[in-house]
Design a protein around this ligand. Structure first.
Ligand SMILES: [Zn+2]
Length: 391
């Protein structure tokens, strides 16, 4: 099947019409299966002949399958159909943290297998090799045909070409990651900013879906994915939500972006690990830091909660600019729990108009560890089959 056609052009070609209709059938089965051919004709408005033809093709392609017979309304009982969960597998990758994570995902959005590989050093070519090693490992022993590969990575990413324009965490600039992966594996590849992918995952898996949503991801970096009117808002240059690099004024800590005093230098997980190591030299990684915070080590608690307040103020600015009522916080930072969240909430609410603050919910995300992997997979499903993942 060719790439998604979500709106049929006025002068659609025969192939465009066919792809569009095929997606209508697939989407109906995805959302409401099992369904008979007659149900499909009724739900899609297509003729029974068209439905019969499209169903035949989808069965041949292995994207749908028969699941027994339904109740007869007089004549022969109808054959019921559904999307074949393993008719295609997807690979979702999260290149955002100290390790690269990847998973094999089926057409129901279920994670079948996942692998993490530690990121050693920041050599640009070696980092690309690590992406290949991760995909190779995930593909080994997987017999289902591959729909494609969805990748979430930090930085400014042109999703139309799959080019990483700038990623300071990975030391990539103008890297055609999508083309490199596509050439090697011969399947469609989508690449998106990791916070944008996280927002898509939260949007996709949240029931009921929200029209407007901000997902703030705090890990090695700080970034936001912004959903407006049910769509991911990427900005004019794919940099919407890059608020980890807004300057917080008085602070003068050098940032990896080359400037000073960015929000990220005060509030990211890596900034906190560095700062905590000065107070308590035994703290060398996130796990040590979270353990010290939870054990109530006083210098550490103060440091982490101060950072939560700074982040809260910046989240308040986002709310003040966009008046979005649902803000979710995701990433390793969620390990700090409710005390940290409480401070973010308090300072976010105190930095905007009371009327806006009162109606805004600030919570942890719902998808947890796999949020980027699932978001990148959701984007790929949407582009290739016109489906949003549901589970
Ligand atoms: Zn910066």
């Amino acid at each position: 099947m060719t790439a998604s056609v979500t709106v049929l052009p006025e002068k659609a070609t025969h192939q465009q019409t066919r792809t569009f209709n095929q997606q209508l059938v697939l989407r109906a089965l995805h959302d409401r299966s099992p369904l008979s051919r007659a149900d499909l004709a009724r739900l899609t408005g297509l003729t029974r002949t068209s439905v019969g033809d499209l169903v035949g093709t989808l069965l041949d392609e292995g994207l749908i399958e028969e699941v027994g017979r339904g109740r007869s309304s007089g004549g022969k009982s109808p054959i019921l159909l559904r999307v074949a969960p393993d008719g295609r597998h997807l690979i979702g990758l999260d290149l955002g943290e100290a390790q690269f994570s990847g998973a094999v995902v089926n057409l129901r959005g279920e994670i079948l297998r996942s692998i993490d590989l530690p990121l050693e050093g920041r050599d640009s070519e070696a980092t690309v090799e690590l992406v290949f090693r991760l995909v190779d490992a995930l593909r080994a022993d997987d017999r289902s045909p591959l729909l494609g590969i969805g990748i979430g990575a930090p930085g400014i990413i042109d999703t139309s070409t799959g080019t990483v324009r700038w990623s300071v965490n990975l030391n990539w600039a103008e890297l055609p990651l999508g083309s490199l992966v596509e050439e090697r594996y011969g399947v469609p590849v989508v690449v998106a900013n990791d916070s944008h992918a996280a927002a898509l995952a939260e949007l996709t898996f949240r029931r009921p879906r929200l029209n407007n949503l901000i997902v703030v991801k705090v890990g090695r970096g700080v970034g936001a994915g912004i959903i407006l009117n049910g769509q991911l808002f990427q900005g004019d240059g794919y940099g919407a939500g890059e608020f980890g690099h807004i300057s917080m004024g008085s602070a003068d800590t050098p940032c990896r972006c080359g400037r000073e005093g960015c929000l990220e230098t005060l509030t990211s997980m890596s900034a906190l690990v560095d700062a905590a190591g000065v107070v308590e030299p035994s703290i060398t990684d996130e796990h040590d830091l979270v353990a010290a915070f939870q054990a109530g080590v006083s210098g550490i608690r103060r440091l982490v909660l101060d950072a939560a307040r700074q982040l809260g103020v910046a989240v308040g600015w986002l709310i003040g600019v966009l008046n979005v009522r649902h803000v979710l916080l995701v990433g390793p930072i969620a390990d700090f729990g409710d005390d940290w969240l409480g401070e973010v909430r308090r300072y976010a609410r105190s930095s905007v108009l009371t009327l806006l603050a009162r109606d805004t919910q600030i919570e942890f995300g719902h998808v947890h560890d796999d949020v980027v992997v699932l978001g990148a997979s959701a984007l790929l499903m949407e582009q290739q089959l016109g489906l949003g993942l549901v589970r």
